[in-house]
Write a protein that binds this ligand. Structure first.
Ligand code: SRM
Ligand code: SF4
Length: 517
């Protein structure tokens, strides 16, 4: 047997399906899928290849697909938001949308028969969902306050868009990067507070000066998976803003051409770095780039605590403000999306931004319009001043729509926070992240308190439960938290969380507060 034949016979299911037919090929077949319907479609096209167009079959709701967009730097216009609102509105009770932990939007309820129509609506407003799932590069994250923040060192918006355009051929789809060994995350930070969680990306750029010139230190290999979680490590490289897109391309080419593909549990970038060593990996990147990389700047400029952007903030532009609205667990309905679009147009510049904490920013509000905006009824639900636990709450999709989930997350997270806020008085936000399974989409390892779904046995019954993570530090000196307690049944979680909040986060029982007053 030749080497090629040996490789072929050992291809895992996912490598096989990519080798048989490029995922992006389904783009030309959408009309055909729409006419035959989801049940008649080839199973592999339906359950896997459609993800190259950002369309995800949901075994939990067969026939009602999820659609994951791409919003570089988390920026969306009011016209785009309205189009997304129209899509979910057309699905009635089945339709809604979620802001994701990568500053992005996912739509629910989508039917295959509507896909051609939906993509026709996306095109004129410049929306794309291409290459947002499976073995592709995920949404490119950047500072939520880019271009607004007087203290920023670099406005990340254009670079985030350029990286996305390079990877997706301006949203049309780019076969150069449709067959990576695994998913890939890229983030770029231009501020001082590491707002993009650089440490949990496969490739991240953080601000750093070299000889008084602005550029970025490069981190590589950060990732979470069910089997292994690692913070990104320094590549010992400093790049100027002009070289960022080129370095992304070079790293992706090395990953694509040399990344391990045999075992899906061992295919993320860090596994390649482990295999060939960091120095060799850096050399391979230089070879693809066609020039040598400069060594990293001695220190980076991440020296602030992470901000959540909830509230009202002055922009660097005289007389303008941005407001950050708390969207509980990121869930939006069509009417909310229309309202946000209207408010962005009436009070701002028609722009909306999303944060990694699943919240919304409306920028460019003149001083004279601020008061009227703050009186809008939507702000009663999407508060600029939420209670301390609501403010720091993040949750992945969970069992409502995700078949990997071991527990229901979003609704439970909201109910739990309400109950704890009724019991406790807190003086500062505590970041609680829920994730429905060890895949860690809700990033429990970056939280003050992280909750990871699991199954537990109690009184002879199998129940939904959670492992508890603590110690996640974001912003400067970011580091990952670790599991401190395993297998608490969800029904017993509230008192456990209450005790943690009292012991470690200065919470006081409300009755005690009343008595001491
Ligand atoms: Fe994730 C798979 C949802 C951010 C690690 N993730 C999934 C799938 C596609 C599984 C599935 O097919 O059901 C989930 C879709 C559920 C649904 O219907 O919504 C899913 N992931 C999400 C989102 C929506 C969570 C959220 O509620 O915000 C986030 C979408 C981001 C986006 O806009 O692209 C999301 N996922 C993350 C993150 C966080 C991040 O990127 O900062 C991680 C950990 C970081 C990382 O990837 O290194 C993450 N998701 C995973 C993994 C584990 C990857 C691995 O290497 O093993 C999987 C499973 C897989 O890829 O095999 C996964
Ligand atoms: Fe689904 Fe698990 Fe990701 Fe939550 S963490 S969205 S349950 S895959």
């Amino acid at each position: 047997m030749t080497d090629i034949e040996t490789t072929k016979t050992t291809l895992n299911k996912f490598e096989k399906l990519k080798a048989e037919k490029d995922g992006l090929a389904v783009k030309a077949e959408l009309d055909q899928f729409a006419s035959i319907g989801w049940e008649a479609m080839d199973e592999t096209d339906r359950e896997h290849r459609l993800k190259w167009m950002g369309v995800f079959f949901r075994p939990v709701t067969p026939g009602k697909f999820m659609m994951r967009m791409r919003l570089a730097n988390g920026i969306i216009t009011s016209a785009q938001m309205r189009v997304l609102g129209e899509v979910v509105q057309s699905y009635g009770d089945d339709g809604n949308a979620d802001i994701t932990t990568r500053q992005n939007i996912q739509l629910r309820g989508v039917r295959v028969e509507d896909l051609p129509d939906i993509f026709n609506k996306f095109q004129p407003v410049g929306l794309t969902s291409v290459q947002s799932g499976m073995d592709n590069v995920r949404n490119i994250t950047g500072d939520p306050a880019a271009g607004l923040d007087a203290d920023e060192l670099f406005d990340t918006r254009e670079l985030a868009q350029q990286i996305q355009d390079m990877i997706t051929n301006r949203g049309e789809g780019n076969p150069e990067f449709t067959n990576l060994p695994r998913k890939f995350n890229i983030a770029i930070s231009g501020g001082r507070d590491n707002s993009i969680h650089a440490e949990i990306n496969d490739l991240a750029f953080i601000p750093a000066y070299k000889n008084d010139t602005f550029g970025f230190n490069v981190l590589v290999g950060g990732f979470f998976s069910a089997k292994r979680c690692d913070a990104a490590i320094p590549l010992n490289a400093w790049v100027s803003p002009e070289d960022v897109v080129g370095v992304c391309r070079a790293v992706l080419e090395v990953f694509r051409d040399q990344g391990p593909r045999a075992n899906r549990q061992k295919s993320r970038l860090m596994w390649l770095i482990d295999e060939i060593g960091l120095d060799q990996f850096r050399l391979e990147v230089e070879n693809k780039l066609g020039k040598t990389l400069q060594s990293a700047a001695e220190k980076d400029e991440i020296d602030w605590e992470k901000r959540d952007h909830i509230g009202v903030y002055r922009q660097k532009q005289q007389g303008l403000n941005y407001i950050g609205l708390n969207i509980p667990v990121g869930r939006l309905y069509a009417q909310d999306m229309f309202e946000l679009a209207r408010m962005a147009e009436v009070y701002g510049s028609g722009e909306i931004r999303l944060t990694l904490e699943q919240n919304v920013i409306i920028p460019n509000i003149p001083d004279s319009r601020l008061e009227a905006l703050l009186a809008e009824p939507l702000l009663e639900r999407f508060s600029i001043n939420p209670d301390s636990l609501t403010r720091g709450l993040v949750s992945c999709t969970g069992a409502q729509f995700c078949n990997f989930a071991l527990i229901e997350t979003k609704n439970r997270a909201l109910a739990m926070i309400k109950a704890l806020e009724a019991e406790l008085q807190l003086t500062h936000p505590v970041r609680i992240h829920w994730t429905g399974c060890p895949n860690s989409c809700g990033q429990p390892q970056v939280a003050d308190i992280g909750l990871m779904g699991t199954k537990v046995r109690k009184n002879g019954k199998t129940l939904e439960g959670a492992d508890i993570y603590m110690g996640g530090k974001v912003g400067k000196d970011a580091h990952l938290g670790s599991c401190v307690t395993k297998g608490i049944p969800c029904e017993d979680l509230q008192p456990v969380l209450r005790d943690l909040l009292i012991e470690y986060f200065g919470a006081k029982p409300k009755q005690e507060v009343l008595v001491s007053i």
